[in-house]
Design a protein around this ligand. Structure first.
Ligand SMILES: NC(=O)c1ccc[n+]([C@@H]2O[C@H](COP(=O)([O-])OP(=O)(O)OC[C@H]3O[C@@H](n4cnc5c(N)ncnc54)[C@H](OP(=O)(O)O)[C@@H]3O)[C@@H](O)[C@H]2O)c1
Length: 250
């Protein structure tokens, strides 16, 4: 069945791959991000099943205006994919930039919560809808330098589960996708503030997850029957695994 799907963070990485895949699956997709030229380029590729929508998810009045500007036949959103997000820096908490922390909180937490709060009532009214959030393994597995980024993704995980608790008895689904190391996106270039050498060495020979793997996962979630809710889905490349807990001795 064709749905109208709003994907945030559609100008790059996972979001772009998700838009491509969902249009190929026969859906109508609204792609949101700040860089409108990138969205317009994607529209050139995907055609009239794709609607570019400029918004900065940290600017709540901009989100309101963007949503209000949707043409009537695009305004019923059947599926919300809260994918926009970022990590900034990998410094220990005592050295991290406060401005970076605030940007991560505003984007990964406030923006995601606001879009959810704006769109959920129309889903509840129809007693139908699906919210897919983009979490991270960082929301479960602590690692040095993840401080606020990991904590913001722990918020996304618990918020997703709590939404399901509030939606008891309603036919609205919520899933949290939790990827590990992924390449082919701008994520690490943003995190390392344009340091291409650092990005290159992170992914070298790592056979990391690709954006298309995440798009496949979203496509699969949407193909599950409406009585099935996948709460969480954690995905890592085979090359990535868990470590022991270090003990530092005097
Ligand atoms: N790549 C990984 O290793 C990895 C692993 C686990 C989870 N994730 C999560 O997956 C999601 C997508 O990441 P990605 O790897 O695809 O990164 P990416 O290539 O950097 O894409 C991030 C997207 O978010 C958008 N965005 C950022 N800030 C925004 C804002 N204030 N308002 C609106 N849009 C904003 C960007 O668009 P504009 O700049 O045009 O606004 C871009 O389209 C993020 O939530 C990330 O935390 C990534």
């Amino acid at each position: 069945m064709s749905e109208t799907i709003l994907v945030t963070g559609a100008s790059a990485g996972f979001g772009q791959a998700i838009c491509r895949r969902l249009v190929a699956d026969g859906h109508r997709v609204i792609g949101a991000a700040r860089r409108i030229q990138k969205l317009q380029k994607l529209q050139g590729e995907l055609g009239e099943s794709f609607y570019p929508l400029q918004m900065d998810v940290t600017d709540l009045s901009q989100v309101d205006h963007a949503l209000a500007s949707l043409p009537a036949d695009w305004s019923q959103i059947d599926v919300l994919i809260n994918n926009a997000g970022l990590a900034l820096g990998l410094a220990p908490a005592q050295e991290a930039e406060m401005a970076d922390w605030l940007t991560m909180i505003q984007t990964n937490i406030v923006g995601l919560a606001y879009l959810t709060r704006r769109i959920l009532p129309q889903m509840v009214e129809r007693n139908d809808g699906y919210i897919i959030n983009m979490g991270s393994t960082a929301g479960t597995v602590p690692y040095p330098g993840a401080n606020i980024y990991g904590a913001s993704k722990a918020f996304v995980k618990q918020f997703s589960l709590n939404l399901r608790a509030d939606l008891a008895g309603k036919k609205i689904r919520v899933s949290n996708i939790e990827p590990g190391l992924c390449e082919g996106t701008e994520f690490s270039l943003v995190r390392f503030k344009g340091d291409e050498k650092r990005v290159e060495s992170l992914y070298q020979d790592a056979h990391a997850i690709q954006p298309e793997d995440i798009a496949n996962t979203v496509s699969w979630l949407l193909q599950q029957p409406k009585h099935v809710n996948v709460n969480r889905i954690e995905i890592m490349p085979v090359s990535q695994t868990f470590g022991t807990q270090p003990v530092y001795r005097d």
